[in-house]
Design a binder for this molecule. Sequence first.
Ligand code: PBG
Length: 333
Amino acid sequence: MKTTQAAFPTTRLRRPRRSPAIRALVAENTLTPADLIWPLFVRDGEGIEEPVPSMPGVIRRSVDKVVEAAQEAHALGIPAICLFPYTGNANRTSDCAEAWNPDNLSNRATRAVKAAVPDIAIMTDVALDPYSDTGHDGFVVDGKIINDETVDALVKQALSQADAGVDIIGPSDMMDGRIGAIRAALEAAGHHDVMLLSYAAKYASAFYGPFRDAVGASGALKGDKKTYQMNPANTDEALRCVARDLSEGADMVMVKPGMPYLDICRRVKDEFAAPTFAYQVSGEYAMIQAAAQQGWIDGDRAMMESLMAFKRAGCDGVLSYFAPLAARMMNGS
Ligand code: PBG
């Protein structure tokens, strides 16, 4: 695109910045609660709301409290929540069998939310890390993350989530071939309308640190995830991952982390024109909250600016721990 521009003073680019009304009129992007997916941490028990120290303002909730959060989200106009189980050590085994237990925490929360708030969309995470004694997203044999056996387990996990009633399954494991395998299994089981939001371009990132605290995985993880999550040096590879996942049956794709990877969001949106999401991950959230707590930045403004950046980069929506806070600001409440 070429824009030709008359010279000053015919053109004064400050004219459209003059007043709130004019600025609103010419705004290229908008942010609404409908752009948000709210990730929620689920724990066992009842009536429990337990703060996550490394994520100020974020709490782990028992299932009954997750239902209340889903009601809150729905009232705010947030269309979807994303469930992450906090499993602790008791359910972490080498066979990861809890991952496809129909009565595991994630599936119980799904059924409870579906019964109470049928109109909110529920997304869940497919990966073995909450259930594994190694903290890895796949099975580990002789120090290696084994791909194909892991995919078989992920398929079982995804089917149990679909049976529990989720709307959107989010494979975050980065194994090869999992989207195709999960899609085929969902079709065979009659789950024709369950969507796949693939964590297609997921980087091996230091910004996941607080999340691993939140789900109880930081102590468990041995080594790093660099043999399956992407190298932050790469961008062409992200396009290959997205192309592959779309061809295998992903309905939507995600870039993760978010703000340090806005260039990837833009390339993915331009190249594929598919529904594109970014995950503003735990470390991004924690940085803004920590600086705000210190009085070093205006937290509310930094939050809204960070979320708008995703829209500007071409994203259709954002997974963000700020979702309820941001939605309340957008709604003026
Ligand atoms: C695990 C998973 C992670 C996140 C979402 N799913 C962590 C990881 O890959 O180690 C990170 C989310 C966040 O940091 O907010 N499959």
